[in-house]
Structures are given as C-alpha cells and as structure tokens.
Design a protein around this ligand. Sequence first.
Ligand SMILES: C[C@](O)(C(=O)O)[C@H](CC(=O)O)C(=O)O
Length: 374
Amino acid sequence: MLREKLHVRRDQFAGYFSGLSSVPSTFNGSNKNTTLSQIPQACKPSLWSAKTPCCEGNTSPGHSPAQSPQPQIALPLPASTRLRHMIQNSEKIIVCPGVYDGLSARIALSVGFSAMYMTGAGTTASRLGMADLGIAQLHDMRTNAEMIANLSPDGPPLIADMDTGYGGPIIIARAVQQYILAGVAGFHIEDQVLQKRCGHLSGKEVVSSDEFLLRIQAAKGAALRLRSDIVIIARTDALQSRGYEECISRLRRARDAGADMGILEGCVTKAQAAQAVQDLAPWPLCLNSVENGVSPVITAAEAQEMGYRVMIFSFAGLAPAYTAIKATFEWLKAEGVTGTASDVTPKTIFRVCGLEEAMEIDKVAGGSAFSKGV
Ligand SMILES: C[C@](O)(C(=O)O)[C@H](CC(=O)O)C(=O)O
C-alpha cells in the first residue's frame, strides 16, 4: 500500500524535477545537454574512470568514441544532479544527519548515509562558538560547506543551510553561485528577517511574502544562469507569527517561482506536518527534525508515511557531541583523566578521517612515507 503510494508520488514529483535535470558539465566532454536519463547506466558515475565498455564504438549522443589511445576521463555527475535524481526516484525518504564540521561529516560518511545536511546552527556553534542568531555569514557557511562537500565529492550529496540568503537579491545570487562552486547539492533559504534566529526559538520575525518571493527568484535566477541543478528548498518560518494558511500560501508562491522543495519549519503537531504534505502535493517537502525543539518527535518512518521525501536531523551530531564532550571534560576536571574508551585510539579517529586513503595516495604517487606503516 505504502509502496504504491510512493510510486504515485515519485511519478508526480517527476514534473518538478525534469526541468533542470540536464547535466550541466560536459559529460564525456561532448554533449552539454545530455540528460540523466540519456546516460547509459554503465556510463554513470565513475570518478576519473577509464572509458566504459559501452562507449566502445558508440557514436550516439552522449558518447565520444575513442579518438586517442589516452584513457577517456568520465566526469562524475554533479552532486546536485544526483540529489535531484534521488529525490525523484528513491523508494525511501532520504535521511540526512546534521553535520557541522569535518569530523561529524566523516562519521556520517563512515556510517553510510545517502545524503548529509550541514546545519547552520552547528556551523555557527562549532566555527564561531556562537548561538544560531544570524551571526554566521556567507563566508563562514560557504567555507564549511565546501570542506564538507569535498571530503567525498562523489559520495553522499550535501544539503546546506543558507539561512536568509544573507542579504538582498545580489547577495543571494552570490551565495547560490558560491554554494554551487563549493559542490553543495541543495540548500534551504528562509523568510526570517536578516537578524534571524533558530527556527525552534520563540520571537521569530519574518519578511513579507513578496520579499520571500524575491529571495526565491534571486536564488532560482542564479541557478539558471549557471545551468546548475542545485536543489532549491524554500523554507518558511511564518507559522509562529502568521499561522498555517500563510505558510502554505508562501510555500505555494515559492514553488511557482521555481523552488524545488519546501520546508514548513516548526510544525507543532504530527497532524499539521502531515497536512502540509497533502496541501502542497505533489510538490515534495523536507522535514526538519530538531528533537526537544518545538515540534513533536517524528521518526523517519512516520515522515515517509506522511509523504515527506527528505528529512534532516539538524542536531543529530551536535547534541550528542555536546553531551559526550561535556561529560568527558567534567570527568577530566574531577579525576585528572579523560576516561576515554580503550578502543578509541588516535588511529581510530584518523582512520575515520581518511588515514588509509591518504597513505594510498602517497604510495600510488611513488612515495614511501608510510612504507613502515603508521
Ligand atoms: C535547521 C536549522 O536551520 C539548522 O541550522 O540546523 C536550525 C536548527 C536549530 O537551530 O534548531 C533551525 O531549525 O532553525
């Protein structure tokens, strides 16, 4: 039953994702307009791979036949294109753990998620040591996102927080361009005033619906100009001050302006979260889960049943890091030792952070720095 429902939904979503699904980079160096569906399966993502067998003697669009004995370099599909494809085709809701720095992202990669989310609250806390009050600016967010997105460029696509877009249309266009160049696959942009705050705090203020639309149009224009597939997620924080109907109206306007997906931030009941999907269908929605925030706890399975396509768990890394670090520091202060579990050695952390891959790079290049191990 659920499966059937999902099939219907995926077909419906297709309309929203067909527009920009052409591969913007020169896939196989020849056809700028090659679409995802035109790319033969065997040619799909293979980072720096040699020519695939199906390219042999194939002169159809999307292929360049062998012209020299040099191995052909097949560019990987951009993460944005892969994310778009996942949203359209995935059987299951796409669960994105909130990551905020290199280590939390590396842990998410090692656990094996299909996508990740870079939280603005976590970025602000970890990079600036500040609360989520609109203090992190484009530079802070872009540099963090770029580092995280490029830990595994052909790995799970990264959805990143873009807060309010950090200014008017010109700054927003610049922010979108920088996120695209950073390798970010999708982002959410909201309607809070520039002096924003976490969506789960009270006293939030939002800009007018027209100004929100302007933000979406600026973002969409930038993506189109760069021929990027980046997934634009319109988020409204208007529930607290303007009510549910206004949120639906704002999200509809954002959808009509070309946003690919929506977030109704801070739903206060499960019924409301489910209703939003129905009211905006077939436009896909993303659910932001902040446990102990203003929303009830909704599991990924429940969100999938409601019809959500993506779910971000903003505090999934930050909250346990806080708990563990605080407990350890308190222990250290009291006892003079950290009490670290014996199976967590320096190598454990370095392994998660690519130790073996780094050693392999050195070896393949002919180096011997690690020939005696580490
Ligand atoms: C999703 C969010 O934008 C984030 O930065 O992760 C925050 C999370 C939070 O601060 O609780 C938000 O919901 O505003």
